[in-house]
Design a protein around this ligand. Structure first.
Ligand SMILES: [Cu+2]
Length: 210
């Protein structure tokens, strides 16, 4: 009898603690910000994998990104995509609208939405820098190790905090000749002056709450 009373006391205390934790985590922003993480998975048979982490505090972002098996020595545009109308997911082969066995950046837009943050190494990080080719990492030895503090718009920060934003790294050398050229995939629909190899997505991951 005494044991049963003790046990029910422990259960009640446990529920009380759980209730407190959940109400604390439901607060608008913690002191240290909200952390979201992504596992990056290959698109377009690139073999590129990686991990990304973003800590959001108000409009401030602290971004860390590591990726591997990228085409070395070439610029890799990398962004945080988010769209209120998007699926907030990575694209799959069914989104290859024209059936050419390539997923272009435009074909992926219904999944991940437009560019909101350009993960450049210096200067502007807005969507204005979507194709700022000379400010993106060039993946020496196929690796990107990236860290940057920046800011974004409030609605974008809110989308990231809700777990709805998507990290995408672009650049696929389909014909493995060590450069972006027009031979294998033609022109980019984002900028016809660029080969599609420079802008097609290589890897993608949804930034989810832990
Ligand atoms: Cu992108």
């Amino acid at each position: 009898m005494a044991g049963a009373t003790l046990l029910s006391g422990v259960v009640a205390a446990g529920l009380g603690t759980a209730g407190m934790v959940s109400s604390a985590s439901g607060a608008p922003t913690g002191v240290d910000g909200t952390q979201v993480v992504a596992d990056l998975n290959p698109l377009n048979n690139s073999g590129v994998t990686g991990k990304a982490k973003v800590v959001v505090d108000g409009r401030k972002l602290h971004v860390k990104l590591n990726a591997h098996r990228l085409e070395p020595g070439l610029p890799h545009a990398q962004h945080i995509h988010f769209g209120k109308q998007a699926l907030n997911e990575c694209p799959n082969v069914e989104m290859d609208a024209n059936g050419d066995f390539r997923l272009t950046t435009a074909e992926g837009q219904p999944a991940y939405g437009p560019v909101r943050v350009s993960l450049t190494e210096r200067g502007d990080t807005s969507a204005d820098s979507t194709l700022a080719v000379n400010r993106f990492p060039t993946a020496p030895d196929g690796h990107i190790h990236y860290e940057r503090h920046t800011r974004t718009k409030q609605f974008v920060a809110n989308g990231i905090k809700r777990g709805n934003a998507v990290v995408v790294i672009h650049g696929v050398d389909y014909n493995n000749n060590g450069e972006y050229d027009f031979r294998s995939a033609g022109r980019s629909e984002l900028d016809p002056a660029l080969p599609a190899e420079a802008t097609d997505p290589a890897t993608c991951g949804v930034l989810r709450l832990k």
